[in-house]
Design a protein around this ligand. Structure first.
Ligand SMILES: Cc1ncc(COP(=O)(O)O)c(C=O)c1O
Length: 357
C-alpha cells in the first residue's frame, strides 16, 4: 500500500538516547530542557526571532488569535485544511472568506479590500502547500486598514522569501509539526511572533494563563509540547537536509514524468520550495475521480487535499459561495510524496496516472 504520506522516523538510537536522558532527569513536560533546546535550534535554523513550541498547529492558530486579541470577523481563505477555519469559529470569530487565485491557490489579494468592514480585525491567509502568498500586498492592505495578519504557515517550514524566512511576515505565523509534515514532533506546532512585546503573553496563554505561582493575568489554555515530542524534533532537525534532498528528487521526477499531462499550482517566483506536497490539478472532477479510482485499485492512495472547500462547512454563518475554491477543490489530488517512496513505486504512480488520461 502506498499512502499520500508516510511518517519519517529519524535515527532510533539517537532518539533512545534522548529518552534515556528524559528518564534520568524525570522532566517530561512543562518547559523542559529539550523543548528549550529545540526552540533555540529552530529559531536559528528557520531564521526567526521568537518561536514558541506548542501541542499542535490548530492550537497555535488559537493562541495567535488570543495573543493579538482578534475579535468579531477575520478574512480567510476557503481553500485550506479545516483547522484554519474551525480554529476561528471555536474562538468566536466569524470567518469571512475571500476566494483564491486559481493559479497560486492562495487567497486572492485583489479581492481582500472589498471584504473589509469596520468589524474586521484580522486576515488569516495560508501559504498553501508551502507556496507563499502575496505577502507584500497582504501586509500593505493590513497596515492601511489597521488589521492584524496571522499567516497559517503549517506547510511552509523552511521556506525562504526574498532572502528571509517567510515566517517573518505578518504579525504571527503558525506552523504544524504533525507526524505527516515535512518536519515533525509527532504532534506539535509553533508560533513565530515578530513583536517581542507579545511573546510573554503568548507564553502565559499556552500555560493556563499563568505568569507565576501567584499570578494568572490571562485566560489561558494548556497548549504545551512535551519532552518526548521535543526530542523527536531534535532528531528530525539533524536530518532535515537529507529529508529535503530526497523529497526534491521525488518532486522533480513527478514534474518530469507528468509534464504536460496535469496542471500545477503557480509558484511564487521570489521563494524557494520545501517539497512538502505534490498537488496536481485535473481538467474536471470526473477526470480526478477516474485517476483516484484507478490508483486506489492499484493500492495507491493519493489524497483529495483540500476538499471540501471550507465555505461549504455547515457551521459557517453567514453562508458564502467561493467559486474558484469550490472548483479547484473538486479536481485536485496530492500524490504520494515522502522520503522513502521508492523509484519503482513512483514510476508505477506516474504510469498509472498517464495511462488513464
Ligand atoms: C493548513 C493547515 N493549517 C492547520 C493545520 C493543523 O495542524 P495540526 O494538525 O498540527 O493541528 C494543518 C494540518 O494539517 C494544516 O494543513
Amino acid at each position: 500500500m502506498i499512502n499520500v504520506t508516510k511518517t519519517y522516523l529519524p535515527n532510533k538510537e539517537k532518539y533512545i538516547k534522548y529518552v534515556d536522558e528524559i528518564y534520568a532527569k524525570g522532566w517530561v513536560t512543562n518547559n523542559g530542557p529539550m523543548l528549550k533546546e529545540l526552540e533555540k535550534r529552530l529559531a536559528k535554523y528557520l531564521g526567526v526571532k521568537n518561536i514558541i513550541l506548542v501541542a499542535n498547529g490548530t492550537v497555535a492558530l488559537e493562541i495567535a488569535y488570543r495573543t493579538l486579541d482578534i475579535k468579531k470577523y477575520a478574512i480567510t481563505t476557503p481553500f485550506s485544511f479545516v483547522a484554519t477555519t474551525s480554529s476561528l469559529v471555536t474562538n468566536g470569530i466569524k470567518p469571512i472568506f475571500v476566494d483564491i487565485d486559481k493559479k497560486t491557490l492562495n487567497i486572492d489579494p485583489t479581492k481582500i479590500k472589498e471584504a473589509i468592514t469596520p468589524n474586521t480585525s484580522a486576515i488569516v491567509p495560508v501559504h498553501v502547500f508551502g507556496n507563499p502568498c502575496d505577502v507584500e500586498a497582504i501586509d500593505k492592505l493590513a497596515k492601511e486598514n489597521n488589521l492584524k495578519v496571522i499567516y497559517d504557515a503549517a506547510h511552509a517550514f523552511g521556506v525562504q522569501h526574498k532572502d528571509q524566512s517567510i515566517l517573518n511576515y505578518g504579525d504571527i505565523s503558525t506552523l504544524s509539526f504533525h507526524a505527516t509534515k515535512l518536519f515533525h514532533t509527532i504532534e506539535g506546532g509553533a508560533l513565530v511572533i515578530n513583536d517581542d512585546t507579545l511573546v510573554e503573553k503568548a507564553r502565559h496563554l499556552i500555560n493556563f494563563g499563568i505568569e507565576n505561582a501567584e499570578s494568572i493575568p490571562e485566560l489561558g489554555t494548556n497548549a504545551k509540547m512535551n519532552e518526548f515530542e521535543a526530542a523527536m524534533g531534535l532528531c528530525m532537525l539533524d536530518e532535515m537536509e537529507e529529508i529535503i534532498e530526497k523529497r526534491k528528487v521525488i518532486y522533480n521526477r513527478y514534474k518530469l514524468g507528468l509534464k504536460d499531462i496535469v496542471k500545477y499550482q503557480d509558484s511564487n517566483p521570489n521563494s524557494n520550495k520545501n517539497y512538502g506536497y505534490f498537488p496536481v490539478i485535473f481538467n474536471s472532477e470526473d477526470e480526478m475521480q477516474k485517476v483516484q479510482n484507478i490508483l486506489n485499485e492499484n493500492d495507491i492512495y493519493p489524497r483529495r487535499y483540500f476538499y471540501p472547500s471550507l465555505d461549504t462547512l455547515n457551521y459557517i454563518e453567514p453562508k458564502q459561495y467561493m467559486k474558484n475554491s469550490r472548483d479547484i477543490s473538486k479536481r485536485i489530488l496530492c500524490l504520494p510524496l515522502y522520503p522513502e517512496l521508492l523509484e519503482d513505486e513512483q514510476a508505477k504512480i506516474i504510469n498509472t496516472v498517464k495511462d488513464c488520461l
